[in-house]
Ligand binder design. Structure first.
Ligand SMILES: [Zn+2]
Length: 398
């Protein structure tokens, strides 16, 4: 995520008093705040030590050589000491780290309250094409908002449905900004830009900028139960990321229910911090039924902004993620788009056109994709394959 180099707030926390009651250790709700999580580096010398560290369910920022950088709460900090590690505190809390990394830029990222206010403003100002829905509540009771942008937003019309969501991981701040910017862009250009008007009139576009509002407020990847929501989905769930069972968390249950109530055909899920168009599958390296179309659209995205286009599994395997659920259970072609986590205007410039393009496409049964699947695909298959290989050869390896 973020490389933190030699930031010398060196403390030996294992030598200082860390008083934690057994009650807090046994608590399964991590009611910590920004000010409770510390950023530490932990050295290890053997692979067996790395295995032990990986089993501690740390919120890892970076792994490099023989050192892990991670967020830890006081309970985890104590556990690390008990296990014989000597974590060095780089930042006393996430706020301190964000100030160091982003400076005043951090204030440009929307908090939950600011995002809520803007979504309400959009729905109030552009009520004829935008409707805001309370999709349900997070662990800590925050509303997860879904903004529906279409003509006749209160009516369920026979139009292709698209979903754009962000912030499965609370510390991936840019992933809130892009869906929110997309919402503003659509409503502000409706009526003056014929392409946008056509898009809004003929699609139902759902924008969910903050799937994990508790994580965003805490500044952590996880939700308030300490679960990685992007490992909690039910399609070939694998128990990763602290998830105790398929759809164990209210946030993923909400996204599941919302997907059941709508027939999404294409979806985009924003994350940070890489520059990657990550397509299905994530749990296995095998082409999906719509592989040719998926690759074509993925290449289209990547060719515009230079992002690395890769099937998720071949970046790294994950189980229980959003994309696999969307396609595996609902036939919805869903991407993970990894973007930078700073410089909002630049990130928006790199993704705006693609957001609009992907939103404008229909299901594989639609004319555009039929052409892609049965016409161009056959002719271009070897060309695309060659381009993929060449492109990936030129990119960094994982
Ligand atoms: Zn993420």
């Amino acid at each position: 995520m973020v490389n933190i180099l030699l930031i010398g707030i060196t403390v030996a926390p294992c030598l200082s008093a860390i008083n934690i009651s057994n009650d807090s250790i046994n608590s399964n709700i991590l009611n910590f705040s920004l000010f409770d999580l510390k950023v530490v580096s932990i050295s290890f010398t053997k692979s067996s030590q790395l295995d032990i560290l990986m089993n501690q369910h740390l919120d890892i920022i970076d792994i490099k050589d023989s050192e892990i950088t991670a967020y830890v709460n006081l309970v985890q900090l104590k556990s690390l000491c008990v296990l014989g590690f000597n974590p060095i505190i780089l930042f006393e809390n996430i706020q301190e780290m964000n100030d160091y990394i982003y400076g005043s830029e951090f204030l440009q990222f929307h908090t939950y309250a600011q995002m809520t206010q803007e979504l309400q403003e959009i729905a109030n100002t552009y009520a004829d094409i935008a409707q805001l829905y309370d999709l349900g509540h997070s662990v800590q009771g925050r509303v997860i908002w879904g903004l529906k942008i279409t003509d006749n937003p209160t009516v369920e019309e026979n139009e292709a449905e698209v979903r754009i969501c962000g912030c499965h991981h609370g510390n991936e701040y840019m992933s809130v900004e892009l869906p929110l910017l997309m919402a503003w862009y659509l409503v502000q250009n409706y009526g003056t830009n014929p392409d946008i008007e056509d898009l809004v009139d003929n699609r139902e576009i759902w924008i969910i900028p903050m799937v994990n509002p508790d994580g965003r407020e805490m500044g952590t990847r996880y939700n308030a139960h300490g679960v990685d929501l992007n490992r909690d989905y039910g399609y070939l769930w694998g128990g990763e990321g602290g998830s105790p069972g398929p759809f164990s968390q209210p946030e993923t249950q909400i996204i599941r229910q919302h997907a059941l109530e709508n027939n999404f055909v294409l979806s985009l899920s924003y994350h940070t911090t890489e520059a990657i168009v990550n397509y299905i599958w994530n749990y296995k390296g095998q082409p999906v039924v719509d592989h040719d179309v998926v690759v074509q659209l993925s290449q289209q995205y990547g060719s515009h902004n230079g992002y690395w286009v890769v099937e998720g599994y071949y970046w790294y395997q994950t189980r229980g993620d959003t994309n696999d659920f969307s396609y595996g259970c609902r036939g919805d072609i869903d991407w993970t788009i990894e973007t930078q986590n700073s410089n909002i205007p630049q990130a928006w410039d790199l993704n705006r056109v693609l957001l609009l393009q992907q939103s404008g496409l229909k299901k594989p049964i639609g004319l555009v994709l039929l052409i892609l699947r049965w016409g161009i695909t056959t002719v271009c298959f070897y060309l695309v394959l060659t381009m993929c290989i060449l492109e990936q050869m030129g990119m960094r390896s994982k």
